[in-house]
Write a protein that binds this ligand. Structure first.
Ligand code: GLN
Length: 505
């Protein structure tokens, strides 16, 4: 079955001439038609456009193009609907952009196109990437392919669910406080958040600009390395991207982990950890030790302040970034008797409750008289959190932690209690505050029901090779990544492919 293959697997079939990009693309489109009514990983897709791109890739191959110069030639890749692709919808999971079509390509889209990928499908997300369950999408929630009554995680829940369910071989998500790694863990796939500045944010709609980063969600570590190599690099259009050479990430996978020092942050194995998650993490430690890694306890003393710090800085930046949705230049406009009434009616109707909550929190934290007490103080604590990591990285090459304190939770279980939802980000958001890199890989399942569990490896700034190497060694020593969920086929699809904004919940 083509839809069960990885990017690397599909590429070798293509290289041997055993299949075509058209055949591959058609297979994934069929799979989408069959299971999307249950999963709802996509907000929209355009089958005709995807097949056009696939035919173009096949033509290029026929005229001599190869994997060597175009590493993703003919491979379908789906993008979270917050990353711009010219001519494709760009809703950000929000009513306010329900009918917006991107007039330009993000840098990552440009790089994927240059690498020969077929860009199809817009993946569901929490509105403007604010959330941990994909329940905050204006287009309705995505369901976890392993258990349809569970959330896939968030905010890149559509991306993780689509890869897990075989609706696309790989995807790009964005991660501001865990949005790639936590859904990857919840869906039993691999998710990598690169170092801040590694991948250009040009064309990623801004949520919290000092934390946002684009990264791959894939079925294997090898695919993650391949995609990271394609999308990384300095970009003059993103002033925060860093002029650091892009290594051959695939080469990093060849080295073993003998003698590598892996830190176990004392503060992360706390009482809030679900017993089955704890067990899976402890088992993974044993596997790594058997592979020759040295596990060392380290301390990240400011961990307890991470959630408070993040939930001040991220909303503050969001309140500023989202000021641009005012009904004037693009997106939804709800008319009013004067401009102020128009702004207010537009934003009132266009934003969902979580986005409004963040805008209010952020505006409050930035307002005069409170700025020093909240925003400025949070920035200082952010520095302390970063120093915690840099100090620990003087002792170890990487760190090992859980991704989420619990396995995937039920739809609706936390949506009524924002604080409960925020607490589920405890192990992921420090990585963004510190600007370092992290990867989540499958490390087991709960027993009843059988739900995926993920493990996280954190690396130094620009230490992606090290965490990929550890993740790969662990993956090769285990078989969790080989398991796929069984999703019943219920197609034909009831939605309207390619037409955004028609399925507002
Ligand atoms: N759950 C976190 C939030 O709601 C992180 C989201 C993200 O990484 N985009 O902000």
């Amino acid at each position: 079955m083509l839809d069960q293959l990885t990017v690397t697997g599909l590429s070798s079939l293509l290289a041997r001439g055993e299949t075509s990009s058209r055949e591959i693309t058609q297979t994934f489109l069929q799979r989408i038609e069959q299971i999307e009514p249950l999963i709802h990983a996509f907000i929209s897709w355009d089958a005709a456009d995807a097949l056009r791109q696939a035919d173009h890739a096949d033509k290029l191959r026929a005229t001599g193009a190869s994997q060597a110069d175009k590493p993703l030639l003919g491979i379908p890749i789906a993008l979270k609907d917050i990353i711009a692709v010219r001519g494709h919808p760009l809703t950000c999971g929000s009513r306010i952009l329900a009918n917006f079509v991107s007039p330009y390509d993000s840098t990552v889209a440009e790089k994927l196109k240059t690498a020969g990928a077929v860009l199809f499908g817009r993946l569901n997300l929490d509105e403007f990437a604010m959330g941990s369950s994909t329940e905050n999408s204006a287009f309705g929630p995505t369901r976890n392919p392993w258990a349809l009554d569970r959330v896939p995680g968030g905010s890149s829940g559509g991306a993780a669910a689509a890869v897990a369910a075989g609706e696309c071989p790989a995807a790009l998500g964005s991660d501001t406080g865990g949005s790639i790694r936590q859904p990857a863990a919840f869906c039993g796939v691999v998710g990598l958040k690169p170092t801040y500045g590694r991948v250009s944010r040009y064309g990623l709609v801004a949520y919290a600009s000092s934390l946002d980063q684009i990264g791959p969600i894939t079925a294997t570590v090898t695919d993650a390395a391949l995609l990271l190599e394609v999308i990384s690099g300095y970009d003059p259009r993103d002033s925060t991207s860093v002029q650091e050479p892009v290594p051959r990430y695939l080469d990093a996978l060849r080295e073993d982990v003998k003698g590598i020092r892996i830190g176990l942050p004392r503060e992360y194995m706390t009482g809030i950890l679900h017993p089955e998650v704890r067990k899976a993490i402890v088992n993974a430690m044993t596997v790594l030790e058997q592979l020759g890694a040295h596990l060392v306890e380290v301390s990240l003393p400011h961990t307890e302040y991470a959630i408070a710090t993040y939930y001040l800085i991220a909303p503050a930046e969001a309140s500023s970034n989202l000021a641009r949705y005012d009904g004037v230049r693009y997106g939804l406009r709800v008319d009013g008797p004067d401009p102020v009434a128009m702004y207010s009616a537009t934003r009132g109707a266009g934003f969902g409750p979580e986005v409004k909550r963040r805008i209010m929190l952020g505006t409050y934290a930035l307002s005069s008289g409170y700025y020093e007490a909240y925003y400025l103080r949070a920035q200082k604590v952010r520095t302390l959190i970063r120093q915690d990591f840099l100090r620990a990285f003087e002792l170890v090459d990487a760190m090992l932690t859980p991704v989420s304190p619990t396995p995937p939770f039920m739809l609706g279980e936390k949506s009524g209690n924002p604080l409960d939802m925020y607490l589920s980000d405890i192990f992921t958001l420090s990585c963004n505050l510190a600007g370092i890199c992290g990867i989540s890989v499958p490390c087991g399942f709960t027993t009843a029901p059988r739900l995926p569990i993920g493990i996280q490896f954190l690396g130094r700034p620009f230490g992606e090779e090290t965490i990929l190497r550890i993740a790969y060694a662990y993956e090769q020593a285990t078989s969790w990544h080989k398991e796929r969920p069984i999703v019943p086929c219920v197609g034909p699809d009831i939605s309207q492919p390619g037409i955004p904004g028609t399925k507002l919940a």
